[in-house]
Design a protein around this ligand. Structure first.
Ligand code: CA
Length: 227
């Protein structure tokens, strides 16, 4: 399979070079750009799988680059934001970025975000496999959930929650983690929303099919497990 190509848009030459070397080491093809306009052009004119985009850039800032990429393409974008720059994080996600990493960051964190975003987007990396838990089959590409021969109708949020639980099958997940992964960091309500949606899922899955797939882990959160 072709190697994934990643575009790094970062005006700090040393940092750009560091990221480039680390990504190459991980097996990615890497292209760099050192200002916003060059970054935008390369993002749109070359066939990249993902863009790592600094917010503070000369020429055209990262927000604007992100907005313009989104007008033409849905390639995954991870923004690099300054520490505690909540404003830019929110704006970046509003502009259609997939995720953000706060500077200074550990390279492992960036690599993990890249893997997650590429996996989530799926498209460029080949086929996303169905997730199976007990009788439950979740097809992330078709937004389809079945149990035996029955289709389960879920809202987008219920689907995202179930999918994340299934991706982490047999692992206990805290409410905070679920909230962050499924609702996003900018959700400002309380964690009760997780319990509410777990209730919806239980009524649509465990109660309907008389199974016990979603288990409460006291003091922690929830786990989706094979029976
Ligand atoms: Ca910068």
């Amino acid at each position: 399979m072709d190697r994934e190509k990643i575009l790094v848009v970062e005006d700090e030459i040393k940092l750009a070079r560091f990221i480039e070397l680390e990504l190459q080491h991980e097996g990615y093809d890497v292209m760099t750009a050192h200002d916003g306009r060059e970054g935008l052009r390369k993002a749109l004119e070359t066939n990249v799988s993902l863009v790592i985009l600094d917010v503070m850039l000369p020429g055209l800032n990262g927000m604007e680059v992100c907005r313009r990429i989104r007008q033409a393409s849905d390639i995954p974008i991870i923004m690099l934001t300054a520490k505690d720059d909540t404003m830019n994080k929110v704006m970046g996600l509003d502009m259609g970025a997939d995720d953000y990493v706060t500077k200074p960051f550990a390279i492992e964190e960036l690599l993990a975000r890249i893997r997650t975003v590429l996996r989530r987007r799926g498209g460029n990396t080949g086929h996303k496999h169905e997730l199976r838990v007990g009788q439950l089959v979740i097809d992330p590409e078709r937004y389809l959930v079945t149990c035996g021969r029955e289709t389960i109708e879920l809202t987008k949020r219920e689907f995202d929650l179930l999918k994340f639980l299934a991706e982490n099958k047999n692992i206990a997940l805290s409410r905070d983690r679920l909230l962050e992964e499924v609702w996003g960091f900018d959700y400002t309500g309380d964690t009760n929303v997780v319990d509410v949606y777990i209730r919806y899922l239980r009524s649509k899955i465990d109660q309907r099919f008389n199974t016990n797939l979603i288990r409460t882990v006291r003091g922690v959160g929830y786990i989706l497990e094979d029976e």
